[in-house]
Design a protein around this ligand. Structure first.
Ligand SMILES: Cc1ncc(COP(=O)(O)O)c(C=O)c1O
Length: 358
């Protein structure tokens, strides 16, 4: 048997949902709606599908390790220097690379609780101590408590804006004041995976300011609103010196050529992307209203999902919903349901009604 690192068992396994077809077969259902992973419920833009097909003919070659064309396009799009952009195999790859660059034995990593499950896993993976800071009563980041949690060991803070799984957002001024209060020796990662869905007026991305600061990196992804989760492309915007250090911990050729080509094309379809955000906001409001009408108290959300804490154990509700044909994500005592198509959203509410009447 190989000799494993002693702390390996303490690193939780990321548990993705089972393949939908398998679950449907097991339960004898004709179809199942997967509203568990905050994916885009519709297919990629048709132009992107064409580009993917063309790019497939060249996969005998390694991809461009420097993602030159995509970085250039992202830099132009966000009005920053290409050196202030780095691309990863999904933003999870960048989260991990960043933690590997600044984390390790003797360091700690501060994040909200609940927030994206990967933060804790990555802390443990890199040998850092995870420091989860409970969210406020309205499920938002408790920035005061997070600032207090920073000590001499802290090397990294994750701010998830909007927060997964609760969905709430922080205003621009809240994030700015927090960043101002953090020592420059601590790297602040602002994870904006759901930024494209935000409709709140007081939200503003940290993208423009991050490259001007010594210790801030913003993360974005093509997995959500752009609808390319299966191709794994995410990017970081920040100070070029920080990004140069982070690159050292990334696997070579991390971003596939098909992913780079698809992301480059997807970026050109901003009007269609905005339309998706409008459709999402409509579905989000439908779910929030329908849950409220049924006596639930969903958390304020600006993302493509809705989070609520049911009275009955969340795992039981999740299981009963699954038997009705909708997979939701159960996280502790909460349930997170992703905004799907109109039909999927309506089916989820019907499933909920049917579960509640049993
Ligand atoms: C907050 C947050 N950050 C990052 C990611 C990772 O996205 P990807 O690795 O697909 O870019 C997710 C995925 O669900 C997320 O919710």
């Amino acid at each position: 048997m190989p000799t494993y690192r002693p702390d390996l068992e303490a690193i939780p396994l990321y548990v993705p949902g089972k393949p939908v077809d398998e679950v449907a077969r097991e339960l004898g259902l004709a179809s199942i709606d997967k509203l568990a992973s905050n994916e885009c419920p519709t297919a990629p833009f048709p132009e992107v599908v064409e580009v993917i097909a063309r790019a497939a003919t060249e996969v005998n070659r390694y991809p461009d390790n420097g993602t030159f064309a995509l970085r250039g396009a992202l830099a132009a799009f966000h009005g920053v220097d290409p050196d202030a952009v780095w691309v990863g195999h999904g933003s999870s790859d960048l989260l991990r690379s960043i933690a590997m660059a600044v984390g390790g034995e003797g360091t700690s990593l501060v994040f909200a609780d609940p927030s994206f499950v990967l933060y804790r896993m990555i802390a443990l993976l890199t040998g850092s101590t995870p420091v989860p800071v409970p969210v406020t009563d309205d499920y938002g980041h408790d920035l005061g408590a997070m600032a207090d949690a920073i000590d001499d060991t802290t090397s990294l803070v994750f701010i998830c804006n909007p927060n997964n799984p609760t969905g709430g957002h922080l205003s621009h001024s809240e994030v700015e004041s927090f960043i101002d209060s953090v020592p420059e020796s601590v790297l602040v990662v602002v994870d904006e995976a759901y930024a494209e869905y935000v409709t709140a007026d007081d939200y503003r991305s940290q993208l423009a300011t991050a490259p001007t600061l010594p210790n801030v990196v913003v993360l974005r992804t093509f997995s959500k609103a752009y609808g390319l989760a299966g191709l794994r492309v995410g990017y970081a915007v920040g100070n070029p010196d920080v990004l140069n250090s982070v690159k050292r911990t990334q696997a070579p050729f991390a971003v596939t050529s098909v992913g780079q080509a698809a992301a480059l094309e997807a970026l050109k379809h901003q009007a269609a992307l905005r339309e998706r955000a409008v459709v999402n906001a409509y579905g989000r409001a439908y779910l929030v209203d329908a849950l409220r009408e049924r006596g639930y108290d969903p958390a304020p959300t600006q993302a493509n999902f809705v989070y609520f804490i049911p009275e009955e154990p969340a795992a039981d509700l999740g299981d009963r919903l699954l038997r009705q044909g909708t997979i939701v994500r159960v996280l502790g005592d909460g349930v997170r349901v992703s905004v799907g198509t109109d039909e999927e959203n309506a089916r989820f509410i019907r499933s909920l009604d049917s579960v509640r009447s049993q």
